[in-house]
Write a protein that binds this ligand. Structure first.
Ligand code: NAP
Length: 327
């Protein structure tokens, strides 16, 4: 496995990586997937997934990822549950170091995902899935006629709060400063919604409840005073951290560490961009020719399993086309 020159190495093992593996395996590219010691991505940490199409009764996150893996392996994808520790994308063929061994490949798909940033106290971790969430599109439905808080002051916090108003009776945004990081339009939308109220200059310091969330403890950052708020849920929207440490200096990253998809051409219209496929503004190629990206590691906007899978499919198809053009 080590000495062989691979067509494609896929780094990651969430929905983006395993969808890319499935497509590349079915194209007979014999992909090698480095899934990491903790394979499966963020869905391994969730319980019921009710918004992945094709599972009308819902499915447990780990069970869904087992199916992804099984489907990719069925068509010949090799999945190694070892961590990639270094890469060298400066020379072709590209080098990927995993488990102290060096692998060479003509192309690589980066699909290492991103992790939710949490506030970081024990009760928050204990109550994830029991009233603590970081995904309103996934979990808002469970908060019908309930009261919730959303923590954060960026676009995600505004968007999560707006999504929650479709079900919850009251949504309180708690932000640590009195100025928002969110865009003006998102703040205005949140302010215009009668179900949304704000507590500013304040931080959530604890989340209360034995088996499920019953409230949050808030500290005012101006005077240090604390208060308890009775709520049924806490949505944490303080950003994500893309898993890109090993790609620093190898492909272009944005200021938050997300991989940048490179526009090759200069399409003046969306139609032109779409028509130009992988060479347009919306391709999956990174700043390095032959290195592709898929999923939450570049997408800080949608962050859904189904969108990650879609990006994985796109990256795999682009790899296939790119390899054909290299001959
Ligand atoms: P973000 O813009 O980085 O905002 C994170 C927010 O969380 C900030 O207000 C920050 O406070 C707060 N925060 C960070 N750490 C905290 C902590 N430990 N305790 C309390 N508060 C904390 O992240 P984001 O909202 O996830 O957005 C990420 C990117 O996606 C942005 O570029 C955003 O524009 C984009 N996005 C766009 C849309 C849209 O256009 N519809 C929707 C979602 C996301 P401070 O402000 O004090 O630092």
């Amino acid at each position: 496995m080590e000495s062989q020159l691979r067509n494609v190495i896929i780094i990651g093992s969430g929905p983006a990586a395993l969808t890319a593996a499935l497509y590349n395996a079915r194209a007979d590219l014999k992909p090698l997937v480095f899934g990491g010691a903790r394979w499966g991505g963020q869905l391994m940490l969730t319980t019921d997934v009710e918004n992945y199409p094709g599972f009308p009764e819902g499915i447990l996150g780990p069970a869904l990822m087992e199916k992804f893996r099984h489907q990719a392996e069925r068509f010949g994808a090799e999945i190694a549950t070892v961590d990639v520790t270094a890469v060298d994308f400066t020379k072709k063929p590209f080098t990927v170091i995993a488990g102290n061994k060096s692998y060479k490949s003509k192309s690589v798909i980066i699909a290492t995902g991103a992790e939710t940033n949490w506030l970081g106290f024990p009760n928050e971790q204990r109550l994830i899935g029991r009233g603590v969430s970081s995904c309103a599109p996934c979990d808002a439905w469970f908060f019908k006629d309930k009261k919730v808080v959303v923590v954060g002051g960026g676009d995600s916090a505004m968007e999560e709060a707006l999504t929650l108003t479709k079900f919850a009776t009251e949504v309180t945004i708690i932000h640590r400063r009195d100025e928002f990081r969110a865009s003006k339009i998102m703040i205005e939308r949140a302010r215009a919604n009668k179900k949304i109220s704000f507590i500013l200059n304040s931080e959530v310091v604890d989340v209360l409840g034995k088996d499920k969330v019953s409230g949050v403890k808030i500290k005012n950052n101006n005077d240090g005073a604390t208060q308890e708020l009775v709520v049924d849920g806490m949505f944490v929207a303080i950003g994500h951290s893309p898993a890109t440490e090993i790609f620093k200096g190898q492909v272009e990253l944005d200021e938050k560490g997300y991989v940048i998809r490179k526009a090759k051409g200069n399409p003046s219209t969306l139609r032109q961009a779409q028509d130009s496929g992988s060479t347009g503004a919306y391709g999956m190629m990174t700043s390095v020719e032959g290195i592709f990206v898929a999923g939450d590691v570049h997408d800080y906007h949608y962050k859904q399993a189904v969108t990650a899978a879609g990006y994985g499919c796109m990256a795999a198809l682009e790899v296939e086309k790119w390899l054909e053009n290299q001959r």
